[in-house]
Design a protein around this ligand. Sequence first.
Ligand code: ARG
Length: 273
Amino acid sequence: MPQTVLMCPPTFFDVREAKNPHMGVPIDRVRAQHQWENLRRSLQDSGLKVELIDPVKDLDDMVFAANQVFVGEHPTMGRFIVPSRMRYPSRQKEVVFYVEWFRRRGYQVVDVNLAREFLEGHGDLIWHPDRLCIWAGYGFRSTRGGVERFAAAMQKLGFRVTRLELVDAHCYHLDTCLCPLSSESVLVYQAAFDPASVEKIRAGFERVHELSREEAVQFMGNGIVANGRFITPRLTPHLSHILAQEELTPVIVETTEFEKSGGSVFCMKSFID
Ligand code: ARG
């Protein structure tokens, strides 16, 4: 299991442009800083090492460290990244800073020729916990073509990519509606996917736990699994029951300010080992 995560302090975090249906309300900067610190602490308390990248002025979404690159490890090539091509020009500027951060630490850069397609890192690309295959969402941010090009590159490295089509604008990134809890079990908000994609998810996990739309739009499917804990922005009795069945201990970390930008705990970090 990966044990190190990368985060970016929310120094310049802001909501300036509505890139998804959650955005529109102004944020409380002091509160955001507080919530981010709490998340960092609870990741550390869960036994993870937290690395930081310097925030850059004017890059208001750079705090969402899950999106700028896809991170993987290959048996012979070692650790690698695939740089994203973000849909919004304001976010495209974040990518070089992340690529540089990883390059300096020795990660191989696998440049997929995305042409005019889009691909948004771990927002839409989620490793199966066995780390042999990758779940890939498209439709709102990453494009089908972007995912196809990524899949072709990953296939050459021996990783299988399962394409999933997203159909609910509130679940614009895969990490808002699909959350593996273990190699056998997953949290999923099914109506966020087209029927064929739901079938693929059902075939990929032994236990599929369904979230309600309410739970999904409140980011309960955007949790982080870390050493027997499940870090989530909130809990319902229904989700508590699922976590108990899966022997995960819930840890609540409030992320209301980041939710005004369309993100919660999962979006604010990337597993980097
Ligand atoms: N405001 C950001 C955007 O719309 C939020 C990104 C959330 N990240 C995520 N992995 N879902 O691009």
